[in-house]
Design a protein around this ligand. Structure first.
Ligand SMILES: Nc1nc2c(ncn2[C@@H]2O[C@H](COP(=O)(O)OP(=O)(O)OP(=O)(O)O)[C@@H](O)[C@H]2O)c(=O)[nH]1
Ligand SMILES: [Zn+2]
Length: 342
């Protein structure tokens, strides 16, 4: 089983003399690396301030019982996520050097194809990795196959309708992974991602809900990404539990709709939302046919989602800040406490 080195060599030059490995775990700056022979060992960056992503290829300098990480080799892809850490929204990278991302959506009764568009805007990077869609729990919807075909057509990507109950689609999904590739699965909690990954890997690599239940026993409770070699499938899996909140930021909007940004410069109001404001140049352009109605509708939909993402992140930040303030108050009252004179 290789670590994905051949795939990596197709993208980047590699010095064959270097002792190579891949970052397999990053837990608050404590790293583990996997060697080409599959051994996993603790690793410390030579340059203490340098940060690495799970999936990074690195040149190593083996020591007695750990490795020094000498150098990071170039990344050909990064899997990003939006987080609300600190005071503002920022994009964080969760993994690197992946070849395929499987976005998992459950076919339960809450299925909404609208969500797919949002996920694709957030994650699709055609020049870095391939993105495919997985409709999980297809046994719950008799129309799964038709829906899969429609979505494949609409978004021009591979779509797999899978069920871990009937095993439908699992073989096809596994076959789509080229040996040596590094893959990652994204999915909201409960979509059946762990069950699916185990079925594809033919191995219990992830703890599933029905086994762990409410006790959380044996469940991966860490919030750090992990790199796992899947021998049976001859591929590398990067599990990124960190990608939980997916959203569309304002900068994504501008990138996806540059023509609207251009038009908006002529709107009467600087903060025009192009919905029903007077003097809106964007609406005028739809009316006179310079802007396609379809783009405009898509823009509005995404703008709405971007606002709710922002709202969600703002709410999280507010909560954090109020907790911080509470802690401060507590610290203050502690500080004010004076030891009574003896
Ligand atoms: N009907 C049906 N249920 C499934 C299928 N796959 C998983 N489930 C059930 O869905 C629930 C969630 O499955 P998990 O695999 O743990 O889901 P997950 O997405 O990994 O969720 P987290 O562990 O919270 O991230 C469990 O009760 C599974 O038994 C499927 O193909 N069909
Ligand atoms: Zn406007």
């Amino acid at each position: 089983m290789e670590l994905g080195l051949n795939t990596y060599k197709q993208h980047e030059q590699v010095d064959d003399n270097a002792t190579l490995g891949r970052i397999s775990l990053n837990s608050a700056g404590m790293y583990k690396v996997i060697h080409l022979n599959g051994a996993e060992i603790n690793a410390i960056p030579k340059n203490r301030t340098e940060q690495f992503l799970v999936g990074d290829w690195v040149a190593l300098e083996p020591q007695a019982d750990f490795d020094l990480i000498n150098q990071r080799l170039p990344r050909y892809s990064t899997l990003g996520r939006l987080t609300g850490e600190g005071y503002h929204v920022q994009e964080k990278d969760a993994a690197s050097n992946i070849d395929q991302l499987f976005i998992c959506i459950s076919m339960n009764k809450n299925f909404k194809s609208r969500r797919i568009k949002r996920y694709l805007y957030a994650f699709q990077k055609d020049d870095e990795y391939q993105t495919s869609l997985v409709l999980t729990k297809s046994d719950l919807n008799p129309e799964s196959a038709e829906i899969a075909a429609q979505l494949a057509d609409e978004f021009d990507i591979a779509v797999f309708a899978t069920s871990s109950v009937t095993t439908e689609g699992i073989e096809g999904l596994r076959a789509s992974i080229i040996p040596g590739q590094t893959v990652s699965f994204y999915g909201n909690s409960g979509v059946g991602k762990s069950t699916l990954v185990n079925a594809v890997a033919q191995k219990e690599v992830m703890a599933t809900s029905h086994i762990s239940g409410k006790t959380d026993k044996g469940r991966h409770t860490t919030s750090s990404s992990r790199l796992i070699l899947i021998e049976q499938g001859d591929f590398v899996l990067i599990d990124t539990p960190g990608i939980k909140s997916v959203g569309v930021g304002a900068s994504d909007l501008a990138q996806v709709f540059p023509e609207i940004v251009q038009l908006a410069q002529n709107c009467h109001f600087r903060n025009c939302k192009h919905i029903d404001e007077p003097g809106c140049a964007v609406k005028a352009a739809v009316k006179n046919g310079t802007l396609e109605r379809k783009s405009y509708d898509q823009f509005l939909q995404l703008q709405e989602e971007s606002q709710s993402t922002q709202g969600y992140l703002d709410a999280k930040t507010a909560k954090k800040l109020s907790r911080k303030a509470e802690g401060k108050r507590e610290a203050m009252s502690k500080r004010n406490y004076r030891k009574p004179p003896m």
